[in-house]
Design a protein around this ligand. Sequence first.
Ligand code: ADP
Length: 446
Amino acid sequence: MFNKVLIANRGEIALRVHRACHELGISTVAIHSTADETAMHVRLADESVCIGPPPPQESYLNIPSIVAACEISGADAVHPGYGFLAENAKFADILEAHGISFIGPEADHIRLMGDKINAKAAVERAGIPVVPGSAGAILDIDDGKRVAADIGYPVLVKAAAGGGGRGMKVAKTEEDFESAFETARLESKTAFGDDSVYLEKYLERPRHIEIQILADTHGNVVHLGERDCSLQRRHQKVWEEAPSPVLTPDERTSIGEICTQAVRELGYRGVGTIEFLYENGEFYFIEMNTRIQVEHPISEMITGIDLLREQIIAGGGYKLTLKQDDIKISGHSIECRINAEHPETFVPSPGQINRFHTPGGMGVRVDSAVYSGYRIPPYYDSLIGKLIIHAPTRDQALKRLDRALKEFVIEGVDTTIPLFSRLLHEEDIRSGNYHIHWLENFLAGQ
Ligand code: ADP
């Protein structure tokens, strides 16, 4: 097993990795920018290295500084968390060239899944159902209009290099096509330095359902069921739950088997998430994430499996001890992403947290790196923490979430807690009857 893992991240995920490492007897090295000297991930790690000034480009995305930090500290592996360099194939390649393990898939798999056009083709060959769309990149408007007419409007123009919902535009009719195509291309060029786009049928009211998989380098692949992440704002997940309120056990088994089979065929290792849109009983692949995800705890809660621990074990080249038959789904879990943002306008609210008191009791977990007196720096994302609930049934989970939200005290900055309390009063939320546009419609009508 690894002796020392460098955690190339910050915030709650850096802490999550630290905890898993310590429970495995692995010591940890934190890296931090000058803005994060007093951060919890730095305080708890066994060692820490300052890698640069606050802007991410100069610190958490600065590959030479991070490799130097590995060499100074003698770390034998790097865990990238999510975001920053987690899906950067070049980073994985460079680490490997320095004899440092990257706790994640092989660089080639990151590269494959990072190009959505190639990813879609590869998973389709491996038997996964995909959204109907163009066979490859669309190079000009006339070609695009021809393909769009074949697919049938509305269509979605999507960036091949896309992420975080950027570079995605809907064309409702042929009249809209040119502007959607040009805007998506421009946005993608600006955000990702690549203007390749492709087309997909735009699904009107799907749910977002994703399958968590876990694979070792010995051909063992298991899935941990699904997460329903349909409550989104600007294509960003806000509330996730597992199991999905709508999937049947047979649907779960069937899509889970399709995913594990495909992952085995691709020779993929580590944790991964296969994301689908789900409408009228059909699954349509949209992308595969090759890292641990923000919402992974809800899968941990319903299966009792520590995903970070398994990821590190598989990353070290060891065999998974889990078999599919050992994985039993028990109860219901909900995660709310609590951000330092105004609950109605979503304007970020960095600043000092004067008082921070987390809820507790049975079935309540808070993954956060915040403490009383902590100052949220303005340079990074606005996630304060994740409130994760587990209860025997969905109804009990909703009640437990309600009381946990009431116990949560965060003073000094705006937070999205009031939004979650409001959602709990909505009949569609209570009955689980929502889709990917539900939250934006709700917010538009407020
Ligand atoms: P990104 O990598 O930018 O997150 P994804 O392909 O994962 O992009 O899509 C993000 C979100 O965009 C999905 O969860 C869904 O809400 C929406 N979306 C993506 N593809 C489609 C589609 N074909 N039809 C309708 N909505 C879509």
